[in-house]
Design a protein. Structure first.
Length: 434
């Protein structure tokens, strides 16, 4: 019996060491500074150039120069930063084949427990007890390892501040629960749309019901992701942010991996329509800055962090920065990737999607009313009008010939389209939204 207990202890210790080798969980420790008696209990967040970001026990982000630390701490910082960099590289290159070691530990532990249960009636109960103990220990370590992979929590989003941003626009309504701040809209912005598009997929903007259970959701408690996901290799399906006027912002790359702006798919406001006739942006909506205020965010990413306009402050590789009030924020830039180069916050991925066409959950859905079309060669949208509520007129040019689409909808979900050719002949179509 003593031998069995000894073996159990050795196995337990070996599992414990192997499960935590390399250290990927909490990095809370006491930090020591050069030429100072001050000590700080904090989490390591990241190192950008010579600046080291820590989060103290009050969830406040503090920035230090690496030279402020003792030589031992500096070595720890470099090791930690290199480990994170290597992990991010591996995550990007081998994301589809990454191994969840915590789940493996749990499965192994459960298997051992089931084995011991099935063998319980046999005579050698000491061995069965040993297997049970090992299985239980492995399950506990798997759960602990899984929980340690959670992101670092940041300061909670201020609901009243969020309401002040989205409340600027009359067509946007908001609500909140204990987890999310919800944004509701009809998917139609107050500004003009579509003019300036030179690579058109024959879609036109219609209303979409982003309300109730289909509202956009911003996390109230954002967390820093251990491995930020690049928008170059992820999120080419669905939105990555929601603008202050209730219009979703998609990845700057379209679902073919092309820069939608560079190939002429976007209008003067950085938006266009998807196959469900849903209007959305692919560029940061900088034009909203005049409405929300120069020092206010123009959007919020679906990881819970705000998106601001351009800045002269240095940005990290994600196109964001930590601020003096213990928050993180993204900023717009003029060139690709325009905004959110990588999702700094922790997000939930729709398990039915795979990179690069994976999408963030929760995600509001669209419902089109007519078949989706394909790009119309050489078509340029030259005019777009809104003469009456729920009534629009779009003009486009193909080889110097002008075409018009007049369309409207009523409160019963009936959509009427009139297509006018250059010679004055017309075609009409009617659809019913189900």
């Amino acid at each position: 019996m003593k031998k069995v207990v000894f073996i159990v202890i050795i196995l337990f210790l070996s599992f414990h060491v192997s499960a935590h080798e390399g250290g990927h969980g909490s990095s809370t420790k006491v930090w020591h500074f050069l030429n100072s008696e001050m000590n700080l209990n904090a989490d390591f967040i990241e190192k950008i150039d010579e600046t080291v970001y820590l989060m103290n026990d009050k969830h406040q982000v503090e920035a230090f120069n690496i030279s402020d630390f003792t030589s031992k701490e500096q070595q720890y910082i470099l090791n930690k930063a290199n480990w994170i960099s290597d992990k991010n590289t591996l995550q990007t290159e081998h994301e589809l084949y990454s191994i969840n070691y915590s789940k493996i530990l749990i499965y192994v532990g459960v298997t051992l427990l089931l084995f011991s249960f099935c063998m319980f009636r046999k005579k050698n109960k000491s061995i069965i007890l040993a297997f049970s103990f090992i299985g239980f220990a492995v399950v506990i370590m798997g759960c602990k390892t899984n929980s340690s992979s959670k992101g670092i929590k940041m300061a909670k989003n201020d609901v009243s501040y969020l309401e002040s941003i989205f409340g600027v626009f009359d067509k946007v309504t908001t609500r909140v629960d204990n987890k999310y701040f919800y944004i509701e809209s009809d998917g139609i912005p107050e500004h003009e749309m579509m003019t300036g598009i030179t690579n058109w997929q024959q879609q036109v903007p219609i209303n979409h019901d982003y309300s109730g259970t289909n509202a956009w959701a911003i996390p109230l408690h954002p967390e820093l992701a251990e491995n930020p996901l690049s928008t170059k290799d992820n999120f080419m399906k669905g939105a990555i942010a929601i603008s202050a006027n209730g219009i979703p912002i998609f990845n700057p790359l379209n679902n073919r991996g092309e820069d939608a702006n560079a190939i002429g798919e976007l209008d003067k406001w950085g938006g266009h329509c998807g196959r469900a006739d849903d209007y959305h942006y692919h560029l940061p909506p900088a034009h909203l800055q005049s409405k929300v205020g120069n020092d206010k965010p123009i959007a919020y990413a679906l990881d819970g962090f705000p998106v601001y306009g351009e800045t002269n402050e240095p940005l990290d590789e994600n196109l964001g920065r930590f601020t003096s009030d213990s928050t993180y924020q993204y900023h717009a830039v003029k060139e690709y990737p325009y905004l959110i180069a990588a999702m700094k916050g922790k997000v939930e991925i729709n398990p039915r999607t795979k990179a690069p066409e994976n999408e963030i959950m929760p995600q509001a859905k669209t419902r089109g009313v007519r078949p989706d079309l394909r790009p119309l060669r050489d078509a340029k949208i030259i005019d777009f009008k809104n003469p009456k509520p729920n009534q629009y007129s779009l003009k486009y040019e193909v080889k110097s010939s002008i075409y018009t689409i007049n369309y409207s909808w009523d409160n019963n979900g009936n959509y009427n389209y009139e297509f006018i050719n250059p010679d004055g002949t017309t075609t009409n179509s009617t659809y019913k939204r189900k």
